[in-house]
Design a protein around this ligand. Sequence first.
Ligand code: GDP
Ligand code: ZN
Length: 321
Amino acid sequence: MSGSTVAAEPGRSVLALPASVNPPSKGRVLRIAGGVYQVDTGADILDCTLRGRLKQGDEQVVTGDHVLLEPLPDGSCRIDGLMPRTSKISRRAVAGSREQTIVANVDQLAAVLAFDRPTPDLRLLDRFLVLAELNGLGAFIVLNKLDLAESAQQGEFDAYTAAGYEVLPTSAKRGEGVDALRKRLVERATVFAGPSGVGKSSLLNLLLPDGELLKVREVSRKLGRGRHTTVGSTFFRLPEGGYVVDTPGLQHLALWQIRPDELAGAFPEFRPAIGSCRFSDCRHLEEPDCAVRGLLASGEASDSRYASFASLLQEAREAYG
Ligand code: GDP
Ligand code: ZN
């Protein structure tokens, strides 16, 4: 789809405009594979190369970046500049290691789980929500496989609603809840995070034009073939505007880079209590008169969310030593 051509109507002579008359000057990186950057210019999706100096800089061009394009004589384009980012998900820096940005300019994170098959992994869900909070992204929860839901599960996610997270039940199998999900995605870039098997691909197939998911996955596979590239994240353009972002391996993203003392603030329902503990350096573990644990007694925070907090805190403390 590179370059632009003007087709002559039969019986009428049309002077084809050279591609340089109105070359794209900006775009957004949808995916990167084998040194090829696929860039959405709004009108087109172009395969671009990267200008040499951008390969060495502190900030690497990543999926989701808004970039400046320079047309090349052969009709293709080269990425010539990187525009400022509004957000990013990164492996967060620890002393002595460089921060590594994984994806840029995403607006929100959809944590996708299934009611059953697989059983909801609430530790993983909380991990994703913490990841979103620490990266300044809004988050909501998609509970797929509504057709497999037991009535006993209705209350299982009340703690999340109470904490301010919207919970959207869907069934990709029956098409239920998909319109509500579609509305939640319009004009935003949404990371779909979730373990495999919960139905992310099935939902994407319903959200994207027919065959698009397969086509994009095939293109990425071809572009990356034979090179030592791991599959990175991919932006899928939604017909209504906006993008769904597939970020493989997000569930394995270590959160050990969190500062232990900033973890409690990543649980919205804990926030009102932070600062009210007896000890100003309270870790919210065994300390007496801990206001955060007080939320458990009053039912304002759930035992399950607190269990996630305690386990992530352990992880963070081990990493920080
Ligand atoms: P992904 O690994 O998250 O991309 O999950 P897939 O979309 O590949 O789905 C995993 C399995 O769950 C497949 O066998 C799907 O057919 C099935 N599945 C997906 N959505 C639903 C649903 O809403 N209900 C039921 N019962 N099965 C579903
Ligand atoms: Zn405390």
